[in-house]
Ligand binder design. Structure first.
Ligand SMILES: [Zn+2]
Length: 490
């Protein structure tokens, strides 16, 4: 049996049209299903709700009967050749969904392509039909010929978003490998500056890991006022950013996003929790380890631009101060442990409500701060570092999937049982983080600003940005030792 896909864009009606051709099928029926979620974004999104016009026929064009057997599964009475066609409505511009308009089509595999249960590991092919001759394709899939791609397995199809249309593209070399930056939309960005700083991030990150696990890499950027964020993939990432957000600190935040998604090329795409080794696209895939995958990545998305010279230590400390302020303004840190925050991402972090601030803590935010405290203790007490821990994990756990026990064992090898006990405590209890204990050896001390101490509070958060402005917990100058730390000398 073999099967292949054809993807067409219908810009006027905001649809993708998909055809799946299955050859040499020998069973009486064939099932097809749509994933309910896409890896890297831990929410059941029910992509099948956007499917319409499903139909099936044999090689002679004779209609084949079919029935829906669950919310995301279709069963077709089969013939040796089965041709399935359907439409996907594409009107949601985020990094994990589909969007089509008159200027482009952005396709995420999980939200677009059905597959056959049990055949996710089979090689297949994808042909793309563009509506206009001036449209171009940008994807990490490797072309066999123009607009035709050999796809080694379904997971690669899911993990290779496709940008089709009119866009700005810059190809460049970094760390000895070809990279591309593709931008859809207009904004106040300067592509030359973005590319120059991306080269720095790529080279610093590749040097950090000491290993480059891809042949070429693609940065996809959508400029949009909705859906701000990023999504990591094996050999590319999707970014969605405010079109007018590239000035002053907004530009640094954009480079944090670039650094974050690129760091994931190692941490989570290849160095991944054991639960993500075998993805089940039909339901939630639970793990307690997102503090490692996302929290540590968040810590390094601040460190890598610093080490690359994109901003200085003062700005780095301001980010840390803002993060600690946000942490102290989240009462939910007394309700939910870091491990539980990871496990319940599907129903908590990705589904915020009016009470979220009181009932949960972000594994990005607390994970980032725990990563910093772990790093500080490794450096001050054991002449080691989080850098070393990650490189050790990469050497020993790459591709096989790690457990919490694996991480604890690695931490113990670089330090002692005491630090493992501390880590266990901060992951599985709501004990308060002791910042000053860990900062003290570096000449840093956490103090609440005077304005924060004097202004009465109703305990209400009206707007996150206002909370950030009202508090400035950092009042210390940067000591030489901290500079050594942030410049990555370990
Ligand atoms: Zn992330």
């Amino acid at each position: 049996m073999k099967f292949n896909y054809t993807l067409s864009v219908v810009p006027e009606e905001r649809y993708f049209a998909v055809e799946i051709r299955i050859y040499d099928w020998e069973q009486a029926e064939v099932s097809l299903y749509m994933p309910v979620w896409t890896p890297g974004s831990y929410l059941v999104r029910e992509f099948s709700r956007l499917v319409q016009g499903f139909r099936a026929m044999d090689g002679q064009g004779v209609i084949l009967p079919w029935q829906k057997v669950s919310k995301n599964q279709w069963r077709v009475k089969a013939a040796p050749v089965v041709i399935v066609n359907y439409l996907v409505f594409a009107n949601d511009l985020t990094v994990r969904t589909n969007h089509v308009d008159l200027t482009h089509g952005y396709c995420n595999g999980a939200a677009t392509f059905m597959t056959i249960p049990g055949y996710e590991g089979e090689a297949t092919a994808l042909k793309i039909i563009l509506p206009h001759s001036d449209w171009r394709v940008a994807t990490a899939l490797v072309p066999e010929q123009e607009h035709c791609y050999l796809v080694p397995n379904y997971h690669t199809l899911v993990d290779s978003p496709i940008e089709m249309g009119i866009h700005t593209r810059v190809d460049f070399m970094a760390a000895g490998r070809p990279h591309s930056f593709v931008v859809w939309g207009e904004g106040n960005y300067e592509i030359d500056r973005i590319v120059a700083d991306t080269i720095k991030i790529v080279e610093t990150t590749c040097q950090f890991w000491g290993d480059i696990p891809y042949d070429r890499y693609l940065f996809l950027l959508h400029l949009s006022t909705t859906g701000n964020g990023g999504l990591e993939h094996q050999n590319c990432c999707s970014l969605n950013y405010n079109p007018l957000g590239f000035r002053r600190e907004g530009y640094f935040r954009f480079m944090n996003l670039v650094a974050h998604e690129f760091f994931h090329t190692w941490n989570v795409k290849r160095l991944l929790p054991k639960e993500f080794r075998e993805i089940d696209y039909n339901r939630e895939n639970y793990t307690t380890l997102l503090w490692f995958a996302e929290g540590i990545t968040s810590y390094y998305d601040q460190l890598i631009p610093l080490r690359s010279g994109i901003y200085d230590a003062k700005h780095f400390l301001k980010i840390l101060g803002d993060n600690i302020t946000r942490y102290f303004h989240t009462p939910g840190r007394w309700e939910q442990t870091l491990a539980d925050a990871s496990f319940d991402a599907w129903i908590k972090l990705y589904r915020p409500d009016a009470n979220s601030q009181n009932s949960q803590i972000s594994y990005y935010l607390k994970g980032d701060l725990v990563a910093m405290l772990l790093d500080l203790q490794l450096r001050s007490q054991y002449q080691s570092s989080l850098d070393q821990l990650l490189r050790l994990a990469w050497a020993e756990c790459r591709d096989r999937g790690y457990t919490e026990a694996d991480i604890f064992a690695l931490v113990e090898r670089l330090s002692s049982k005491n630090l493992v006990r501390w880590l266990d405590l901060v992951l599985h209890t709501v004990a308060e983080l002791d910042f000053n204990y860990c900062l003290h050896p570096f000449g840093l001390h956490l103090v609440a600003s005077d304005s924060s101490a004097q202004v009465p509070s109703l305990g209400m958060t009206v707007k996150a940005v206002m909370v950030g402005r009202s508090c400035n917990l950092w009042k210390q100058k940067v000591p030489p030792r901290w500079l050594a730390l942030t410049q990555g000398t370990s």
